[in-house]
Design a protein around this ligand. Structure first.
Ligand SMILES: Nc1ncnc2c1ncn2[C@@H]1O[C@H](COP(=O)(O)OP(=O)(O)OP(=O)(O)O)[C@@H](O)[C@H]1O
Length: 309
């Protein structure tokens, strides 16, 4: 388990991480969200031992990050922001170096490297120096070194940044597979909310270093004003004023020059049947009626507006 208790980091007068507490359990993929400057990278650097906290505590699989950081690091793979250092090394040499630092040698070392190379598809660039790789390939090298020792915990800072759509898909599948197969814990920071719905079992949103929300993507979507909203796609615009009079309707938004209506529900109200009946009784040319679970981007915006550092 990852346990974070009142973790705090200051840079001079600026509080980058402010009394932050949350947990990650085996098998969970946690999406770590927040606007630019919210404190995501700083938190990840403290968890991985690259920055010392000014207050609070955290433990990784029972190892305290202040007093047992070496043991904690053995349980962790970390993909920092940006590209791997050692840019003048070739990919093969870099992975060999990391494998040796991780304590592997001989056939076991080779097996670990081959496996990581296979999983993130690096075979074609093994002889290339890291500096000459595209952004996406640099990211893959970073991922390969993070998973090389098959750690129990993966801390990934924007893992799909710079990857093409196929690679994004592949890395997301890899993350899900890791968590599901072997009960690992994965923390990913991301700005891509669709990634959270696609791979995360839980999401934590922070702003100015403070916890703003912690729940499943579904919990968070349910906090959106679009939760239980009904979208009516029409062949042509209609006089929709009657929608406003239906019980439980909060508001009606019109898009596509009136050919699409989004009918928002009051909290707790289920309006789909009433909207459907009204459309039928008025003979509206309906192409499609659908109910929304809610929109993460809407929740993110309402929680974090004005929170940018
Ligand atoms: N070494 C440092 N010295 C001074 N201030 C820093 C340092 N590192 C980070 N900060 C500040 O701490 C705050 C949190 O930064 P951090 O990089 O953790 O945010 P983030 O949530 O990862 O942002 P982004 O989404 O842009 O990557 C920011 O205001 C940043 O300017």
């Amino acid at each position: 388990m990852i346990s974070i208790n009142s973790l705090t980091k200051r840079f001079g007068q600026h509080v980058a991480v402010d009394n932050l507490s949350f947990e990650v359990k085996p098998g969970e993929v946690l999406g770590f969200l927040g606007p630019n400057g919210a404190g995501k990278s700083t938190t990840m650097k403290m968890l991985t031992g690259f920055l010392t906290p000014d207050g609070g505590s955290a433990s990784i699989c029972g190892y305290d990050i202040r007093t047992q950081i070496l043991q904690a690091q053995q349980q962790m793979g970390y993909l920092p922001e940006g590209a791997p250092c050692y840019g003048d090394m070739r990919v093969r040499g870099f992975l060999d170096f990391i494998a040796r630092v991780r304590g592997f040698s001989g056939a076991e070392k080779q097996r670990r490297i081959d496996q990581a190379v296979e999983r993130v598809e690096l075979r074609g660039v093994l002889q290339q120096s890291i500096d000459t790789l595209s952004k996406g390939f640099k990211r893959r090298v970073g991922l390969a070194q993070a998973i090389l020792h098959d750690p129990q915990v993966l801390i990934l800072d924007e893992p799909t940044d710079g990857l093409d759509p196929n690679q994004k898909h592949q890395v997301r599948a890899l993350i899900q597979q890791l968590a599901a197969d072997s009960n690992k814990m994965v923390v990913i920071s991301t700005h891509i909310l669709e990634e959270v719905s696609a791979v995360c079992s839980r999401a934590v949103i922070i702003g100015r270093g403070r916890l703003l929300a912690d729940g499943t993507p579904q919990d968070l979507e349910a906090r959106s004003r679009y939760h239980q909203a009904v979208t009516v796609a029409l062949e042509q615009p209609v006089d929709a004023a009657a929608l406003n009079g239906l019980p439980g309707v909060l508001a009606v938004e019109s898009q596509l020059d009136g050919r699409q209506l989004t009918v928002l529900a009051q909290p707790g109200a289920v309006i789909f049947p009433a909207v459907g009946e009204l459309a039928q009784s008025r003979g509206w040319p309906v192409r499609e009626l659908s109910v929304e679970r809610g929109r993460l981007d809407d929740v993110f915006r309402s929680l974090t507006s004005g929170e940018a550092a």
